[in-house]
Design a protein around this ligand. Structure first.
Ligand code: ZN
Ligand code: ZN
Length: 147
């Protein structure tokens, strides 16, 4: 999917939800829909300021909240305890994030993860309903550069 289509689909979903898309909110949508990297609220803010010099951090947070509620973005947990965001995948996928450059990719692999759920159900007596998997590492580009 091209990022242009991605933005269009997001805008349609947001409008269908009844959320009013002001210019500043729209720029937050565009930034996230077009990013292959995880972005934290201050990075999104810095980027949005280029187009809307008056945009406040509150607008960024509120729009992020809405996008997360609509399932369009995922919250990524970082090691410093902060949060970043990334465009959500279509369907059930898992996240791979570079700790050096924040590049984000998705991967499937339900067949490898299901046995773990099955084992835990047997061992712990849980009914496992879902999982959320984020793997962190150093991407091939950053490894080349020796980061
Ligand atoms: Zn990297
Ligand atoms: Zn899975």
């Amino acid at each position: 999917m091209t990022t242009e289509n991605q933005t269009k689909i997001w805008l349609e979903k947001i409008q269908a939800s009844g959320y009013k898309l002001t210019g500043p909110r729209r720029i937050v949508v565009e930034i996230l829909a077009n990013s292959r990297f995880t972005l934290n609220p201050s990075q999104i803010h810095a980027e949005a300021l280029r187009k809307y010099p008056n945009i406040g951090l509150v607008t960024i947070y509120r729009t992020l909240e809405k996008l997360e509620e609509l399932g369009l973005i995922w919250r990524v947990h970082e090691f410093d305890g902060c949060h970043a965001y990334v465009a959500a995948p279509t369907g059930h996928q898992h996240l791979l994030v570079c700790r050096s450059c924040s590049r984000a990719e998705y991967f499937q692999g339900a067949e490898e993860i299901e046995p773990i759920s099955g084992r835990l159900e047997a061992e712990r007596g849980y009914l496992i309903q879902d999982h959320w998997l984020q793997l962190f590492g150093i991407c091939p580009e950053c490894r080349k550069e020796g980061n």
